[in-house]
Design a protein around this ligand. Structure first.
Ligand SMILES: *Cc1c(COP(=O)(O)O)cnc(C)c1O
Length: 406
């Protein structure tokens, strides 16, 4: 998109970022200065409806008063102790989160990638210490098209060349199978398999929803072969799909939940591994940790997030608004859209190449006051804050319709 429509001040801000920040992203040309609910305002005072929510980290919207209050109250009391000492917030948060997940224990970390790394370490230690497999032999089955973060181990089992190329050598011990194919998954399991690690719905891949029954089949296969089912609910969890977890859509309970993104209320990074004692209990003092993991500020915000999810209000909203959105997006199929996948208030919209790329559509939407992000070339992902109104969704779809019409 040309920056011709932008103020010189805005162009300068973008320029200084481009000059001083490593180019590991290619941001869309908007400079956000404020946010409230589902709306953000740029440095020129122009407002935009945020349909990305920082990849679902902002499920409760920008500056939710209850979350800001929790953060502010804790900010002036105590922010960090490290785990060298106890703090008076971590236990309360962990208890509430474990209860919401129906599990015994929580291992707090910061980013999503750290939760995934932690899950991998837990699965390997469990495989050696509980399952009795020879040290170093553990295998983890993952899905093609996965996105679990950006560390060297994690990108090593990605099949996205852009994420991998130039960053090897990679950690061994991972096997990829097609996503949504339970038979292929079962065929990949051996004596040495520690775990199956999957996103119940693949977010980065373009909101790929597996066939109905897949998650139940994965659960059965994992139980049958004594393999841990690890659900990466970092993007799909915490209300987004109209349930607390995407696994709830099939009534499935994984052995291990990986959580992040919205757990930090859109305020700070907070991730967690949640599992029962017979799994997470394999980690012993000194074997794993994080300076900031479990800090009282994050715990205070995370506790409030869990409390907000307890009423079911956000899950219900996501379900109702998602159905509303789906009907409107489905009507665009054949009119610049080739396919639509929706789960709760989360949609992948495939753009007809005749209209343009996902990026081009996203750029045109920005000019019309709507923030979305493209993924994998032709897809745009829609994941509004769950506080958005139906009328605002309608307006956003109207803007998309205008853009698609050219
Ligand atoms: C975003 C994401 C991650 C990584 O989280 P970061 O906080 O960016 O490290 C892992 N898994 C899934 C499914 C994600 O969407």
């Amino acid at each position: 998109m040309s920056t011709a429509s932008l103020d010189t001040a805005t162009i300068e801000i973008i320029g200084s970022e481009e000059e001083h920040v490593a180019h590991n992203y290619h941001p869309l040309p908007v400079v956000v200065a404020r946010g409230e609910g589902a709306w953000v305002t740029d440095v020129e005072g122009k407002r935009y409806l945020d349909l990305l929510s920082a990849y679902s980290a902002l499920n409760f919207g920008h500056g939710h008063p209850a979350l800001i209050a929790a953060a502010q109250e804790q900010l002036t009391r105590l922010t960090l102790t490290s785990r060298a000492f106890h703090n008076d917030r971590l236990g309360v948060f962990a208890g509430a989160l474990a209860e919401m997940c129906g599990k015994d224990l929580v291992l707090p970390m910061n980013t999503g990638a750290e939760a995934v790394e932690t899950g991998i370490k837990v699965a390997r230690a469990w495989c050696y210490r509980v399952k009795g497999i020879a040290d170093g032999a553990a295998q983890i089955v993952v899905a093609h098209g996965n996105f679990h973060g950006r560390t060297t181990t994690i990108v090593g089992f990605s099949d996205d060349d852009t994420a991998r190329d130039g960053f090897g050598p990679f950690t061994p011990g991972f096997v990829g199978v097609p996503f949504g194919d339970a038979a292929a998954l079962e065929a990949a399991i051996t004596e040495s398999t520690a775990a199956v690690l999957i996103e119940p719905i693949q977010g980065e891949a373009g909101v790929i929803v597996p066939p109905e029954g897949y998650l139940r089949a994965v659960r059965e296969i994992c139980t049958k072969h004594n393999v841990l089912m690890i659900a990466d609910e970092i993007q799909s969890g915490l209300g987004r799909v109209g349930e607390t977890f995407a696994c709830d859509r099939e009534g499935v309970v994984p052995d291990v939940y990986l959580l992040g993104k919205a757990l930090g209320g859109g305020i700070l990074p907070l991730s967690a591994v949640v599992a029962d004692r017979d799994v997470l209990g394999v980690i012993r003092p000194g074997e794993h940790g994080s300076t900031f993991g479990g800090n009282p500020l994050a715990a205070a915000v995370g506790l409030r997030v869990v409390e907000m999810l307890q009423s079911g209000e956000f899950q219900t909203r996501a379900k109702a608004l998602g159905e509303h959105l789906e009907a409107r997006l489905d009507a665009l199929i054949g009119h610049g859209v080739t396919a639509v996948r929706v789960a709760g208030l989360w949609a992948g919209v495939d753009i007809d190449p005749a209209v343009g790329t996902g990026r081009e559509v996203a750029e045109k939407l920005i000019a019309r006051g709507v923030l979305v992000k493209d993924t994998h070339g032709q897809t745009i992902r829609i994941a509004p804050p769950l506080v958005i109104r139906a009328t605002e969704l309608d307006w956003a779809v109207e803007q998309l319709k205008v853009v698609l019409a050219g």
